[in-house]
Write a new protein. Structure first.
Length: 251
């Protein structure tokens, strides 16, 4: 599948830092013309840079392991997650996304609130399992260690049966033009379906995520109800949010 190949090619380039066109042809068993078309797609997204005879990863798009991403901007992410928990109300059915920014959301949730939590995040599952007033629904067929998340749904339409009040989403990068983006095809399928289904979509993202985009857009920027972030956004984002009634909350 072309989209899967491009995603795998992106991960390969970001993992190795640099590679030749010939190496990509050999690894992915495709022609040089096919490789050129694929890397053109990645170059348009700003994921890689083309150099003579090959490609290099763009510095801003280096694929960082989950453990290291947890450390990056850690204090900001914890504050964002804890701030966002105030939007969960009694008897809500909420989706909490996987990711290093959303993982702390349940730490400060009022334990007396009766809430149904739908999630594919191992960290959220572990936290919710010890909270007696939370009904926990787990989605995803396969565990992905790199992101500590469950991915893949045999029939994405099964998510239609859930009346999701609020979805608390993470993103690898976000721009007004490309919306909310990530790089994993299986995670993308879950994120896209949830973002379409939820009544309100909240983006939890520290300041480093804005102005960047990756391979897959799972929701347009104007789908957002609110943004919870760590620093004042650039004027471009502030103006757009005002025009589209998107609330901005600084944790």
């Amino acid at each position: 599948m072309k989209l899967m190949r491009i995603q795998e090619m992106e991960e390969y380039i970001l993992k190795h830092g640099a590679t030749s066109l010939d190496e990509l042809c050999e690894v992915f068993n495709v022609s040089k013309n096919t490789v050129r078309r694929d890397i053109n797609k990645l170059a348009e997204k700003g994921v890689i840079k083309k150099v003579y005879g090959g490609v290099t990863s763009a510095e801003k798009s280096v694929l960082v392991p989950f453990e290291n991403r947890t450390i990056q901007h850690q204090d900001e992410k914890i504050k964002i997650a804890r701030y966002a928990s105030r939007f969960i109300e009694d008897h809500d059915l909420v989706f909490i996304d996987s990711g290093t920014t959303t993982k702390s959301m349940l730490e400060t949730l009022d334990p007396d609130k009766n809430v149904t939590v739908l999630t594919n995040s191992l960290d959220i599952i572990n936290a919710a399992s010890s909270m007696k007033n939370i009904d926990l629904i787990i989605i995803g067929n396969n565990y992905k260690r790199k992101t500590r998340s469950f991915v893949g749904i045999d029939d994405p339409s099964t998510l239609n049966k859930y009346n999701i009040n609020k979805a608390f989403m993470s993103a690898t990068g976000t721009t007004i033009t490309h919306g909310l983006t990530n790089s994993d095809l299986l995670e993308y399928e879950v994120k896209k379906k949830i973002s379409e289904k939820a009544n309100e979509v909240y983006l939890l993202a520290d300041h480093s995520k804005f102005g960047k985009s990756t391979l897959l857009t799972y929701a347009p920027f104007d789908r957002l109800h609110s943004i919870v972030t760590s620093q004042q956004l650039d004027e471009e984002y502030t103006k757009y949010c005002q025009e589209h009634q998107i609330d901005i909350h600084l944790a």
